[in-house]
Design a protein around this ligand. Sequence first.
Ligand SMILES: Cc1ncc(COP(=O)(O)O)c(C=O)c1O
Length: 300
Amino acid sequence: MAATVNVNGRTSDQEHAVISVFDHGFLYGEGVYETLRTYNGQPFLFERHMQRLRRSAGMLALSVPLDDAAIDARFRETMRAAKLGDAPDREAYIRILVTRGIGELTYDPAATPDPSIVVIVKPHVAPSREAFERGVTVALVPIVRNHPGSVNPLIKSNNLLNNALAMQEAFRRGGFEGVMRNYRGELAECTQSNLFIVKNGAALTPPVDAGLLPGITRAFLFEVGDERGIPVREAVLRDEDLFGADEAFLTSTTREVVPIVKVDDRTIGAGTPGPITRALLDGFRKKAQELTRTVASPAR
Ligand SMILES: Cc1ncc(COP(=O)(O)O)c(C=O)c1O
């Protein structure tokens, strides 16, 4: 991994990208982030990611000290330094982190007046061709997704212990992803992606009040479904809905739409990526290309 990093306005290679141990992002996990990727050199759905970043930050009473134009400029500067986003085979992964900043060892936000902003850019690495063509196995893990009254999953927080513990369990079981239930026992989402099942021609995904991160890709897929004449809607889902699904898939910025063909040792549907999943992936990719192709100069 060769990343280029901008820490509070200063760009460097990954070896020189450092931040104080007194940053409350490090001390307390107090911070929020977004992960974007480029298509045709353009940070995809930039405004939606910025809206979610500011909403997440607001839920921590944390302010994002740059406006969207300044963040866009910082992304492009870091991409230029990384020599990414300027050719079709050089799409970028972009992660922005905003943390509480440096201060005394106290939870009092007054101790940290200046949030830190870090931008990490590296080459975008897509899931393997095999993952898209043959589908993946996921693990249904016992770690429960955070209760919304605790660390609300609506917050895209740097405090990722809930996700990391669930994914550790998925790794142990050889899963590509870990599916988590909420405190009510309903399906919620995966550790780094949203979950969908397909039943009788409709794509169904747990509602936001199940306690999950409202994925940008998830929301975009409602629009793709509209255009393709495929019903995509929210529904409370339980284990039996997943096991009895015709198809299943997961969505995220870096993974697009990945078919799920097995959950632990149980086969889903026909055990191969189904027609609705394929149509939504195809529709997603075409729309992503359309929305980014028209912009004249990549990585300005
Ligand atoms: C817990 C969780 N759910 C869902 C997603 C998918 O969100 P998006 O489509 O915005 O990438 C992510 C992405 O990182 C995530 O961490």
